[in-house]
Design a protein around this ligand. Structure first.
Ligand code: AMP
Ligand code: MN
Ligand code: MN
Ligand code: MN
Length: 280
């Protein structure tokens, strides 16, 4: 049987993507995606538009979200929730709390960047974000590129915004427990996003997977736009060992700003249980 072309991780202008929710759905459809989720950062505001467009163009749709959590020694980890009820009060309120810290963090980031010669970054990032509760490092990166300090978004992260760089400011996001309680309470399935992107040792990663599973987490992105081939093999092994459902998500943010386009990841390796077997 031909594997389903599922893409269960991407962003719209409602967080730090470049396309509107409707545009994301149309692009997914024309790229051959058969099952699509929108997973904006800490925000559910794009789901109604995405679902309406998906219905109109005949694309199966899953409500999603990507929650920022703090883990261990000031590490940020992302947990994707799939199949959540966007009207669930505890989820809505929890995400509101998570977002409320972004504005003050942005002001601190801008102050740090100002000291290394990048001026006006708060206003600049806010112009890209459109909403202080949604302002993210991606919006700072776009402003810094626009001002000619760097050639692309990736090099902005390498020079200024990654942990340890001058514009990086630590932040207390949600806890792992919060994110799992909110997702589970809203009827969704929690998935560890892009496991290859955390600056954690193998042992620390296993600690994260164990804690996630113990608290009810169920899935892992075996296929992510940012997972390399050896990581795909490694996270396939992890999925089998921990009994995780396997997810596939591009983490698409927009044309020219992403590792991979919607629906273009390879198929899941044999023998894994796709997370969508529990969603549809
Ligand atoms: P924030 O939630 O404000 O910390 O911003 C995190 C976002 O920055 C991620 O969701 C990505 O969209 C983007 N990002 C993080 N690291 C990189 C990178 N190395 N290159 C490009 N974008 C990145
Ligand atoms: Mn992002
Ligand atoms: Mn992420
Ligand atoms: Mn993402």
């Amino acid at each position: 049987m031909k594997p389903l072309n599922a893409d269960l991780h991407c962003h719209s202008t409602v967080s730090d993507g470049l396309l509107s929710p409707a545009e994301v759905m149309r692009r997914a459809k024309s790229n051959g995606v058969e099952l699509m989720a929108l997973t904006d950062h800490d925000e559910l505001g794009g789901l109604a538009e995405a679902r309406a467009t998906a219905d109109e163009i005949g694309l199966r749709f899953v409500d999603g979200v990507e929650i920022s959590i703090s883990w261990g020694d000031d590490q940020t980890v992302h947990i994707v929730g799939l199949g959540v009820d966007p009207a669930n009060a505890e989820l809505v309120e929890g995400l509101h709390q998570v977002r409320s810290g972004r504005d003050a963090r942005a002001a601190r980031m801008a102050a740090e960047l100002d000291r290394v010669g990048i001026h006006g970054a708060y206003e600049g990032a806010l112009r890209h974000a459109g909403n202080p509760a949604l302002v993210s490092r991606s919006h700072f990166a776009r402003y810094i590129v626009e001002r000619g300090h760097a050639k692309d978004v990736k090099s902005v992260f390498d020079h200024w915004l990654a942990k340890g760089k001058p514009g990086y400011v630590g932040h207390a996001w949600a806890t792992l427990e919060d994110s799992l309680r909110w997702i589970d309470g809203a009827g969704g399935i929690a998935v560890i996003a892009h496991p290859g992107r955390y600056r954690l040792s193998k042992a620390e990663l296993r600690e994260l997977f164990g804690a996630f599973k113990d608290r009810g987490g169920r899935g892992i992105e075996v296929l992510s736009g940012s997972n390399k081939d050896d990581e795909v093999r490694e996270f396939s092994r992890i999925a089998r060992e921990f009994g995780f459902l396997a997810s596939r998500g591009s983490d698409f943010h927009g044309p020219g700003e992403s590792w991979i386009d919607l629906g273009k990841l390879p198929d899941l390796p044999e023998g894994l249980i796709p997370v969508w077997s529990q969603l549809v």
